[in-house]
Design a protein around this ligand. Structure first.
Ligand code: Z5A
Length: 212
């Protein structure tokens, strides 16, 4: 009998919403309960494309805005064969940022529309669940200063948040808003409940194609 596929679960959210913290906790909890699970993150900075992106984010290089958008997308596409293989083998993938960050961040720049920004990611493996960790700018500020990377300013992050809110209205994607202002453990419990439901449902469904 063919093995049941794993689920593709994505965490998105504003800066410092706790995406990385929650991805790690979810993978650990799933593994502890005997479900194969692995974490991935985008950008994946270890590949050749990822290194170009990383240098850009760290302000060590400049790239034209369309070019960097396409590099972020290419960084996802280069991981697609591996993602599909793992999902087919029954491993659930918990992903820290995905195409939604790609669209929200670029379309927050002047001169970009959502439609153009979405095009390069059309057809990527479609997440079975996208959880958006919601946190107000005031609460995010309590979690520390912005770092030194590009995009880490209040004005830009507010523009990005508005783009995310627009993307969340798309009914073709299974969005869940998560209150990220709760304690780490409470957020984790909420995320785990949604994830377990999704993993059970995804077992019997084909993997979809994003925005198609
Ligand atoms: N980007 C793009 O432009 N295009 C794309 O296609 C993609 C990304 C995929 C990558 O940053 C940058 O690239 C990002 C988007 C852009 N730019 N920005 N801004 P990254 O992924 O390398 O790093 P990050 O996503 O910016 O990390 P983050 O947002 O700063 O953090 P987080 O993962 O959401 O949060 P965290 O690291 O888990 O926690 C942050 C702090 O809060 C930490 O001290 C925790 O201990 C604390 N924390 C976490 N949860 C809680 C709760 N519940 N209560 C209290 N404190 C908490």
């Amino acid at each position: 009998m063919a093995c049941k596929r794993g689920a593709l679960i994505v965490l998105e959210g504003v800066d410092k919403a706790g995406k990385t913290t929650q991805c790690k906790k979810l993978v650990h909890a799933l593994q502890q309960s005997g479900r194969p699970a692995e974490m991935m993150r985008f950008p994946e900075r270890t590949t050749t494309i990822g290194q170009l992106i990383s240098a850009y984010l760290e302000n060590k290089s400049d790239l034209e805005d369309h070019t960097v958008h396409l590099l972020f997308s290419a960084n996802r596409w280069e991981l697609v064969p591996l993602m599909k293989k793992k999902l087919e083998q029954g491993t659930t993938l918990v992903v820290d940022r995905y195409a939604f960050s790609g669209v929200a961040f670029t379309s927050a720049k002047p001169g970009f529309c959502l439609d153009w920004c979405m095009k390069p990611d059309v057809g990527l493996p479609k997440p079975d669940l996208v959880m958006f960790l919601q946190l107000s700018p005031a609460e995010a500020a309590l979690r520390g200063q912005f770092g030194e990377e590009r995009y880490e300013t209040n004005v830009f992050q507010r523009a990005v948040q508005q783009k995310f809110e627009h993307l969340m209205k798309d009914p073709s994607v299974n969005w869940r808003a998560i209150d990220a202002s709760q304690s780490v453990e409470d957020v984790h419990e909420n995320i785990t409940t949604h994830s377990l439901n999704t993993i059970n449902a995804a077992e019997n469904l084909p993997l979809g194609e994003l925005w198609k």
